[in-house]
Ligand binder design. Structure first.
Ligand SMILES: [Fe+2]
Length: 368
């Protein structure tokens, strides 16, 4: 994919496309017909990290050249190349913009709160917001919506750090943007209110596989990750001897590497130890430690659940692809029982099931 992008960029430079040296401002798309209570979203691509739609420019022949697909990390140097050449970059977003705007407002206020009481109130509103889309199917939402709102609220890697993580593994970096959003959202549902802890959790997900860097990562290893996700202890068959050893030790080595890379940036660096348990199960069949339910904390349990339920392959994001996603993720199945503790399931289910939706409240107050 990157190779193609580079080819596009080379093509741009080699061709007779005019280069007037005008440095375009990043594209801004403002939706004007929003409801009164939702602020219009403004997309400044140079300040965004992951694409929430197709980002493209159109050649004079009318041919559309896609620079980034939904979910892709937005490489600023690559984008800048086009902007510097005076190209008008556009984005077709796949977001539910009203829903995102509301979510952004709630997360912003939640993270600004100093008083526990206020925080609890905004937490409650955030849970209702998540519930309407990802549990009750009352909003048409996609994973991109959650990814966008969480990225805007929590993302704190520097440009150099982003580049390093992307260079290590573009595919895993893209996946992490979704996993971290699911993790931090469910942590709020579980009752974690400390904003520094939530920020740390968001960044932690990007570091799970930090030891599988560009020196060792292969398609084989990514396939093995997916194989292990679906069926524990079944990942050896497709790997060579060296790969088996890399795979087996990646959780443990990831902890050391993450401490070197990110310890100083974490308010709670002890969380980095949880990298070691990101492939555990709750029935002793995970690795490397083969832990059981009674041996893991709630946060580790949440990490195990989210990391296991989100695939490593087929990461295509589409508009509205995730309505009721969390409800479906928690539906009874044999695999689920190995990764979700009863306690976590009960807490999350209770929060969502015993809740009047925002939609229902609206119907009530408007007398419908
Ligand atoms: Fe891993």
């Amino acid at each position: 994919m990157d190779k193609n992008k580079e080819e596009n960029a080379d093509f741009l430079m080699e061709d007779d496309l005019e280069d007037e040296g005008l440095l375009n401002m990043p594209v801004q798309k403002v939706k004007k017909d929003l409801e009164a209570n939702a602020l219009p979203l403004v997309f400044n691509l140079m300040e965004m990290h992951f694409s929430v739609g197709e980002i493209y420019w159109t050649m004079s022949s009318g041919k559309k050249i896609t620079l980034f697909h939904p979910g892709d990390w937005i490489r600023k140097d690559y984008l800048q190349k086009f902007l510097s050449a005076g190209k008008e970059i556009q984005i077709d977003t796949i977001l539910n913009e009203d829903y995102c705007s509301k979510g952004l407002g709630l997360f912003e206020k939640f993270l600004e709160c100093e008083e526990e009481e206020d925080k609890a109130e905004y937490r409650d509103a955030i849970i209702s917001w998540i519930c309407d889309g990802y549990w009750n199917n009352e909003e048409e939402v996609g994973l991109a919506d959650l990814m966008f709102v969480c990225e805007q609220s929590f993302f704190g890697f520097t440009q150099e750090e982003e580049q390093k993580l992307f260079d290590s593994s573009a595919d895993l970096f893209k996946r992490s943007s979704i996993v971290s959003s699911l993790l931090v959202s469910l942590a709020i549902v579980m009752g974690y209110l400390d904003k520094e802890l939530l920020k740390d959790l968001y960044h932690l997900s990007f570091l799970f596989d930090i030891s599988l860097d560009e020196n060792v990562l292969s398609t084989n290893l990514i396939n093995a990750l997916e194989q292990e996700r679906k069926t524990p202890q079944s990942w050896h068959s497709s790997l060579g001897e060296n790969e088996v050893s890399v795979f087996k030790s990646h959780s443990e080595q990831g902890v050391d590497k993450a401490f070197t890379f990110y310890e100083e940036k974490m308010s709670n660096p002890g969380l980095l130890h949880f990298i070691e348990t990101h492939h555990e199960r709750i029935n002793g069949l995970g690795f490397p430690l083969g832990l059981n339910e009674g041996e893991i904390s709630d946060l580790e349990g949440l990490i195990i659940f989210v990391n296991n339920r989100f695939p490593y392959s087929d990461l295509k994001l589409r508009s509205g692809d995730a309505s009721s996603y969390l409800r479906i993720l928690m539906e009874k199945s044999e695999e689920l029982e190995a990764v979700l503790t009863n306690r976590i399931k009960k807490i999350i289910t209770n929060e969502f099931e015993n809740r009047d939706s925002e939609h229902a409240k609206y119907l009530e107050v408007s007398g419908i």
